[in-house]
Every structure is written in structure tokens, then in C-alpha cells.
Design a protein around this ligand. Structure first.
Ligand SMILES: C=C(O[C@@H]1C=C(C(=O)O)C=C[C@H]1O)C(=O)O
Length: 262
């Protein structure tokens, strides 16, 4: 079922979109906890050497991810405006017919896709920040890549929700947004769509969720005396939102708004 739904009169509100973003925090944190059970496993992301017996052109990860997207595309994943492919070129058509619902987004939304940036940040910055470094060649390629794919798809969905956020903000305050869009004033758009108090709450809430979801659950009675060991560092999860997820969501909002009057 699509996550986007309106109220009783089918009117979308910023509150309902924000509720969905809050629920998506759980998905991101659980997927992160799953991925960081494993070391980085750098072999997965490297181009194979010329002597390699793997008969593929890019990295193993690229191959697994592209094939996963192709399969999911056949069953309609990318018919949903909430889903954006990482490898949009030559995706196979869906065998499922498109929905007949009236689209919420402006048609130009399809051209907003920051997944290349998300993938680059994920491999170069996030994996080294969250995962322990490799001790040896780790193997386990399919298992680790499927954790990566789940996590990347959750991050991408959250970040591209910026399109829905921007659409609602535009509908609610068209008179304020219109002149800035016509002037292509990115900085002023960024300022207008930013709610610092909301961002502060997001950072605090995700740290609390990381602490809660990452607890070791045991049945020992004297648990309270033990030091709390967390599966993911709450301050890093807060930083993940502060430095990457929220800025990229706002980038999507600006890119969408710049095309909103096309
Ligand atoms: C998503 C929104 O837009 C901006 C981005 C936020 C985020 O990514 O969580 C939070 C507040 C705003 O600065 C929003 O207003 O809810």
C-alpha cells in the first residue's frame, strides 16, 4: 500500500507527511543495525581486477543492486512516485499496470533523483563511519549487499519524500513560493522551506530511537546495574540525519520546487 494518503477529504497535510517520515526513521534505524553487524567488506564495492573470473563489468555490489532493481521494476516498484531507482537506465517495464489514482506530484517530479549522490555518500562516508574495518576478505557478499540495498532504498525513499513535503508547502503557501521559483532563487527557497525547530526534534528523536531499538534485551534481573551496550551509536544516528539525510531531503525539496511551475 502507498504510504501517502490524505485526510477524510483526501487533503494531504504537512502533518501526515511528517508522520510518515517519523515512521520511516524506524525502518532506517533497524536496517542500519542490521548492516553494521558486518564489517565494511570493501571487496564488494571494488571493480573486479582484469584477472578476475567474475564476468561482470562493475563491482559485485553494482551488479547485485542493478539486477535487484530490474526484478523489482518488473513487479511495479518504480510505478510508485515514492520510489526512485538508483540505476534508471534501461529498467525493464512493469508487468503490473499503473494505478489509476490522480497523481499528487507535478509531472516534473520524475526528473528529480539524487540517488547517485546518496550512493556515493553511503560508500565513501557512511560505511566507514558506522562499520568496523575489514579484518580479512569477508565473503558473505549476497547477505551484506542485501542489507545495503534495503538500507539504501529506505534512505532514498525518505530523502525523496522531500518531493511530497515540497508539494504541500507549495500548495499551502503558493504566494510566498511562486516569486522565488520564478526568480530561481535557491537560497531563498531553502530558507523558506527550512523549519529549524522540526530538525532539532528529528535529531533528538532518532538518537532516542537508536538507544531504544539498539538495546541488548536479556532476562537477567540485575540488568539495571549493567552498562548499556547499544548496537548503534545514538550520536552517530543523529549526525546521519543532521549532516546527510536532512540536507539531502531539503535539496530534493528545492529541486522539485524549481520545476514546480514548468
Ligand atoms: C521535511 C521537512 O523540511 C525540512 C527538512 C526536514 C527533515 O528533513 O526532516 C525537517 C524540517 C525542514 O527543515 C519538513 O518541513 O518537515
Amino acid at each position: 500500500m502507498a504510504l501517502i494518503s490524505g485526510d477524510a477529504n483526501n487533503k494531504l497535510s504537512l502533518d501526515s507527511i511528517r508522520d510518515s517520515l517519523i515512521r520511516q526513521e524506524d525502518t532506517i534505524i533497524f536496517n542500519l543495525i542490521e548492516r553494521i553487524k558486518y564489517p565494511i567488506n570493501s571487496t564488494l564495492y571494488k571493480e573486479p581486477s582484469s584477472s578476475s573470473s567474475w564476468n561482470i563489468s562493475g563491482s559485485l555490489f553494482h551488479y547485485l543492486f542493478q539486477e535487484t532493481e530490474a526484478l523489482q521494476s518488473k513487479v511495479g516498484r518504480y510505478l510508485s512516485p515514492e520510489e526512485n531507482p538508483f540505476f534508471p537506465d534501461n529498467l525493464p517495464a512493469s508487468i503490473i499496470p499503473p494505478s489509476k489514482c490522480t497523481p499528487v506530484l507535478h509531472p516534473a517530479a520524475e526528473s528529480v533523483n539524487v540517488n547517485e549522490k546518496i550512493l556515493d555518500v553511503y560508500i565513501k562516508q557512511l560505511l566507514p563511519l558506522f562499520c568496523i574495518t575489514d579484518q580479512a576478505d569477508e565473503g558473505n557478499f549476497a547477505t551484506i549487499a542485501s542489507c545495503d540495498i534495503q538500507l539504501l532504498q529506505a534512505l532514498s525513499r525518505r530523502i525523496h519524500y522531500g518531493k511530497f513535503v515540497a508539494e504541500i508547502k507549495f500548495r499551502d503557501c503558493t504566494d510566498q513560493y511562486k516569486p522565488l521559483i520564478l526568480a530561481k532563487d535557491r537560497d531563498a527557497l531553502m530558507k523558506l522551506l527550512t523549519f529549524e525547530a522540526v530538525e532539532e526534534m528529528v535529531k533528538k528523536r532518532v538518537a532516542k530511537k537508536a538507544l531504544t531499538f539498539g538495546q541488548q534485551v536479556t532476562l537477567n534481573i540485575d540488568d539495571s546495574s549493567k552498562e548499556v551496550k547499544c548496537k548503534v551509536d545514538p550520536s552517530l544516528v543523529s549526525r546521519l540525519y543532521d549532516e546527510w539525510i536532512m540536507p539531502l531531503t531539503k535539496l530534493v525539496e528545492v529541486e522539485y520546487l524549481l520545476r514546480r511551475l514548468d
